[in-house]
Design a protein around this ligand. Sequence first.
Ligand code: UFG
Length: 330
Amino acid sequence: MGRYLVTGGAGYVGSHLVHALVDRGDAVVVLDDLRQGHRAAVPAAAELVVADLADAKRLAEVFAGWRFDAVFHFAALSLVGESMRDPARYIIENVGNSMRLADAAVKAGVLRFVLSSTAALFGDPEVVPIEEEARLAPANTYGDSKLMVERGLDWMDRVHGLRSACLRYFNAAGADPAGRAGEDHDPETHLVPLAIGAALGTRPALTVFGDDYPTPDGTCIRDYIHVADLADAHLRVLERLEQGSCRYNLGTGTGYSVKQVIEAVGRIGGRPVPHSYGPRRAGDPAVLVAGSAKLRRETGWAPRFGTLDDIVRTACAWHNAHPQGYGDRG
Ligand code: UFG
């Protein structure tokens, strides 16, 4: 049994990892300020500490109270558009909080750190699928803030021996196959929940951002990875950390277009997705697909919910059961 600190563990991806840890009998402390997270997303077996990562004193107290084996760091600002309106906030918060957390971990003797990073590190890639060695060229402040954190963690390894795994998520989607957690952001900007909400009538009709991309059907292609498979990858890289710091791209290696997502939601959910076509969204690359060979080879990971249908089926089930999400927005 391990003991783990999970920041942002009440959020979308974080809560799925917390369930996976609790399921295998680990002790988990979730640190979340509940600005985006949901109390109801945290399983009863985990301890929830409602606190801000900017509070260094509180952080030190949390570390002093437990002997953690590792830290999983999910908590971050993560909206690309917002990051381009307020770059300073993204750098101050994402970089500052992450380094404060890494510093508190080192001071408490915790030398294992897993970071939620992002495909946004690669900007508009020159080559697809995107391998770990691809050029790092973030096209927005959100992506660059994560790159700065990855670099900070490199230094923490060289200076203090803090071993880190940085996991560059592609498009996290889907919901807990057991129905215990799902996707509920405010504001919601992600395609799958917006399409499902449009079909259910809980959200407005979907606007497709551009159908003139150089792709087979003209809409953008993304690598949608099931959130339970993401959680599984975290457990595997934790073992891999014994051999030293590592960086992985986390996707399935297969891409689907916006039109394919709309079709799958309509077919699986049993209701068509009302949608129209609008202009391109600034900064959207035509195709983002991960090269997943390194992760598979080095950790034995393989997606268990590897098709778009698996993702849409679990997401539809959760949204059908929770049409208002967790129902805790004022
Ligand atoms: N899309 C629409 N209409 C919408 C919302 C999205 O057409 O209302 C399209 C987007 O243009 C894109 C695709 O659906 O082609 C997926 O969009 P998402 O917003 O769901 O996801 P992104 O690929 O834009 O973003 C993801 C992560 C970000 C990360 C980024 C890296 O959610 O955190 O990949 O480029 F920064």
